[in-house]
Design a protein around this ligand. Structure first.
Ligand SMILES: Nc1ncnc2c1ncn2[C@@H]1O[C@H](COP(=O)(O)OP(=O)(O)OP(=O)(O)O)[C@@H](O)[C@H]1O
Length: 258
């Protein structure tokens, strides 16, 4: 596989007022590869993803996808750019008032003006790919378990055959077995599409399963990155503390005092 960078972040910085959240992020992801970003709460993982999507504008630095600088895209160019993405949000983020199939088809109908019948057929096929039958398509999100909701979120993320997919804590809140089912579905779907992915997770089992490479973010900087299999022998005390979930180590939790 071609290992040249497809997504490139160069010295990306972002502060909110006096609070520096991204302190010079440097990352690359080759096409068709899967990068998992690990790191503690509040270290800047979500803000980083938002800078790529253009939801948050970095103060400085460059973000390029396929060689095209994306931080300054506006209007129609930005809409077209966003159509290349699929996203599985934390907590699935489904519309309660729409049946499952319409949640999956939402971007096809609203974003691409696809006729409802055609969008419904695609939605049902994507649901099938994540192990859900047509009987689930007509239910409402409230009628589903958390694991099924995640599957629906995944079906929606892949509905438009995106070229790039972001997974934001895809296994949070699931039992370990259901989490593994979701991890397998992620790996299968990504392979089927040949998509390039960035995932955020606290779940090391998930990171090991879905990552080609793992990067650890701490205080808005990438402090380690390497092949997924090297995470256990990184020799980096921050990575070791995080993957073993130790309270003691170089990462000091900021515990709010009442
Ligand atoms: N729009 C904003 N305005 C001000 N501060 C923000 C904004 N968005 C994020 N922050 C701050 O930036 C820091 C990093 O937030 P971010 O959501 O990226 O953390 P995270 O690493 O994704 O954490 P978690 O794992 O808990 O989701 C936090 O301290 C947060 O309060």
């Amino acid at each position: 596989m071609d290992e040249t960078a497809y997504i490139t972040l160069k010295d990306v910085r972002k502060a909110f007022g006096p609070k520096k959240v991204l302190n010079g992020i440097n990352l690359t992801v080759p096409k068709g590869r899967s990068l998992v970003v690990i790191g503690g709460s509040g270290t800047g993982k979500s803000v980083m993803i938002k800078t790529i999507l253009g939801i948050v504008r970095p103060d400085s630095g460059s973000i390029a996808i396929g060689g095209e600088e994306v931080t300054r895209l506006k209007g129609k160019d930005r809409d077209a750019f966003l159509q290349r993405f699929g996203m599985l949000f934390q907590g699935a983020a489904l519309f309660d008032s729409l049946p499952v199939w319409e949640n999956v088809a939402f971007g096809l109908i609203q974003g691409r003006n696809m006729p409802r019948k055609q969008a419904r057929d695609i939605a049902m096929e994507k649901l099938r790919q994540v192990g859900l039958g047509p009987e689930v398509g007509v239910l409402y999100p409230a009628e589903l378990s958390g694991g099924m909701q995640k599957r629906v979120g995944l079906a929606r993320a892949i509905a438009a055959d995106p070229e790039i997919i972001f997974f934001d804590e895809p296994t949070t809140g699931l039992d370990p077995i259901m989490a593994d089912v979701i991890n397998n579905l992620i790996v299968d779907s990504v392979k089927r599409l040949g998509a390039t992915t960035i995932s955020i997770t606290h779940d090391m089992a998930s990171a090991r399963k879905i990552a080609d490479r793992i990067a650890m973010i701490h205080k808005g900087e990438i402090i380690w990155q390497g092949p997924a299999r090297a995470v256990d022998t990184s020799g980096n005390p921050y990575v070791d503390q995080f993957i073993h979930g130790r309270a003691e180590g170089p990462i000091q939790m900021e515990i709010l005092k009442a």
